[in-house]
Write a protein that binds this ligand. Structure first.
Ligand code: ADP
Length: 188
């Protein structure tokens, strides 16, 4: 499933983002880059082989790149892909989406858009051609899946106006069920 916006293609895929062949993958992080569960834990484990080590690397990168020990929505931190380089991944871009707990409103949508845009702009800065996102905030943070998918499409479309280096944006869904739900959301 793909949508074209000018020179940018948005593709929905099913798979494990820790081995998805995009130059940059995005982590749905928490603001302290603790990587305690969900996709963050999976990325940390595959990248460094040891979750605590990747947390240490991430926090050090955050100090250097942001100058604080937390990030706001829209701020991102970049860490190396380490062992994920074998799949063609070069960078991990950590971003933080909103916590929803089942609720959804304009404020949550804005925060999610900021989180997505921050990662897309960083990908431009890094000069990569492809970037893969997980369904940020649709897991532990409890935002409605369909709204998250729709927000991705909206944000990628807006970003296509300024995209130069980035040509492919992937939304990688872990389960077949989520993949099918996303296709359904995009085809109505
Ligand atoms: P958040 O706290 O932002 O909600 P989660 O990690 O709980 O983040 O979940 C975000 C999404 O990532 C969920 O839809 C979850 O199913 C998915 N996910 C979990 N592991 C992986 C993985 N290895 N690859 C891709 N997506 C994943």
């Amino acid at each position: 499933m793909e949508l074209n916006f000018g020179s940018l293609t948005f593709k929905v895929a099913q798979g494990d983002i820790t081995r998805f062949p995009a130059e940059a993958i995005v982590n749905a992080a928490n603001k302290y880059l603790e990587h305690g569960g969900g996709v963050a834990y999976a990325i940390a484990k595959v990248a460094a082989g040891d979750v605590r080590e990747y947390i240490r690397i991430s926090k050090e990168a955050m100090k250097e790149q942001i100058g604080r020990n937390w990030i706001e929505h829209g701020e991102v931190v970049v860490t190396p892909a380490m062992k994920m380089e074998q799949y063609g991944i070069k960078y991990v871009i950590h971003t933080v989406g909103p916590y929803c707990g089942g609720k959804w409103d304009e404020d949550k949508k804005e925060k999610l858009k900021k989180a997505i845009l921050g990662a897309l702009r960083k990908a431009e800065e890094l000069g990569v051609k492809s970037i893969a996102f997980p369904a940020i905030s649709a897991g532990i943070y409890g935002c409605p899946f369909e709204e998250v998918v729709k927000t991705f499409v909206e944000m990628v479309k807006e970003f296509s106006e300024e995209a130069k280096s980035v040509k492919e944006v992937y939304l990688v869904l872990y389960s077949k069920k989520d993949y099918e739900r996303a296709l359904k959301t995009l085809t109505v």
